[in-house]
Design a protein around this ligand. Structure first.
Ligand SMILES: C[S@@+](CC[C@H](N)C(=O)[O-])C[C@H]1O[C@@H](n2cnc3c(N)ncnc32)[C@H](O)[C@@H]1O
Length: 227
């Protein structure tokens, strides 16, 4: 393994609010922070927002800085990616930012009923050959519904047209409540629509920049999956 990666893994163990549980610590339903993220990690009663497949965690950190009235948890399977966001959060002492290294397949083991207010899916893998592996597919939404509040919102930001369109199809076929959709976020007059959303959309992830530079348009939709 590259030395750089080993150093990042070692750094991760020293950062505050970074959790890398072994499977045995959560698979039997006894993850110690389940239902207790506010009390034990954030030490406040503020809403909790997840970024699933967060990569370097640009949304987790960016929203955490923009809006300290909410708590943000970035989730990804790859520790060497999380490292970037975790390092920034640690250096800037962002007390409302945490990271969880795990597979999203197991996400319901980490949060209790009604513990989460919002979920961001940022440039998720489009999984063209495995639609049920898409983080906006019904099997994942069913996992999220175990801990998402009744009025909870899922946000999807992607450069991938088929992931965007398949998510809109899912919203329609399962009769989720579509709150908003934009086929090109850069053409939207966010200032007029919502100055806060302009700020939110100004955060650019690593993949957004990578594919944006190749001409891919960024799409966004938000929905409430409870019916
Ligand atoms: C295309 S990258 C996007 C990363 C970041 N959100 C961005 O926009 O730069 C997809 C990320 O999702 C993570 N990922 C994919 N499937 C996952 C799963 N089942 N559980 C956890 N992480 C996953 C990958 O490790 C990767 O970091």
């Amino acid at each position: 393994m590259a030395k750089n990666k080993l150093q990042k893994f070692a750094d991760m163990k020293t950062f505050d609010r970074v959790f890398e549980p072994e499977k045995e610590a959560f698979i039997n339903g006894d993850f110690s922070l389940k239902g207790k993220w506010r009390e034990k990690v954030f030490k406040n009663d503020n809403p909790i927002v997840l970024e699933l497949g967060c990569g370097k965690g640009e949304y987790t950190v960016g929203l955490g800085i923009q809006d300290p009235s909410k708590n943000y948890i970035g989730v990804d399977i790859k520790g060497a990616r999380i490292w970037a966001g975790a390092k920034q959060a640690n250096e800037e002492n962002l007390l409302n930012v945490a990271f969880l290294r795990t597979n999203v397949d197991f996400i319901e083991h980490f949060f209790a009923e009604d513990e989460v207010d919002e979920i961001w899916l940022t440039f998720s893998d489009p999984q063209p050959k495995k639609p049920n592996k898409r983080l906006s597919s019904r099997p994942f939404i069913e996992r999220y519904l175990k801990f998402l509040k009744q009025d909870g919102i899922v946000h999807l930001k992607t450069d991938n047209t088929s992931l965007y369109l398949s998510t809109l199809d899912e919203i329609e076929s399962h009769q989720y409540e579509l709150l908003f959709s934009a086929i090109n976020v850069y053409e939207k007059d966010w200032e007029r629509f919502s100055p806060r959303m302009k700020e939110v959309m100004s955060i650019k992830t690593y993949y957004e920049t990578l594919f944006g530079n190749k001409g891919f348009k960024t799409k966004y939709c938000a929905f409430k999956p409870y019916v």
